[in-house]
Design a protein around this ligand. Sequence first.
Ligand SMILES: [Zn+2]
Length: 211
Amino acid sequence: MSDFYKKILENNKKWVEEKLAIDKDFFKDLAKGQNPPLLWIGCSDSRVPANEIIGAAPGEVFVHRNIANMVIHSDMNMLSVLDYAVNALKIKHIIVCGHYGCGGVKAAMGNESIGIIDNWIRHIKDIYRYHQTYLDSIIDEKERFNKFVEINVKEQVYDLAKTSIVQAAWKSGQELSIHGWVYGLNSGYVTDLDVNIDSNEKLDNVYQLKF
Ligand SMILES: [Zn+2]
């Protein structure tokens, strides 16, 4: 077995001991149930660990991660997580957190075929096309990449608001806000993009569902 593999098993034992030293009922209490106020939709990138960067303890964040933090309205995995978070856990906030330097977003800007992931990245390419005039006007490639990361997050925030799950929750008067963040790999800080949606009124008319 590799040293890394052995190390992570040992780390787990140490972690349990540390938690129990502070609170002997830590795991006993967690086992009773969860009531997290937040759903996190982030990138699978190993450098953006949801709980760690916001100082959240076990039980505080319900997490969904995929390549480039996408909200694809036909993705059963995402929809199941969203439905459970909104309708069973009654979470109050959803944060879509992208990050600068995202490999998925970078790949979407290029033309190289990487394999089956091309079909996932297609969704990000569509977003480039929606904003092509603006993005193509940014001469500096790094700057264009950064802006594309931000635009992608904003689009995913709106895509969440377009889902029947979120709109039905708003219709029933449930408190639910959706936010967009971008994490800086080289600073550790998140930037709040200030797209805060708590009703379907900001959506284009064609997406507004009547119940
Ligand atoms: Zn990423």
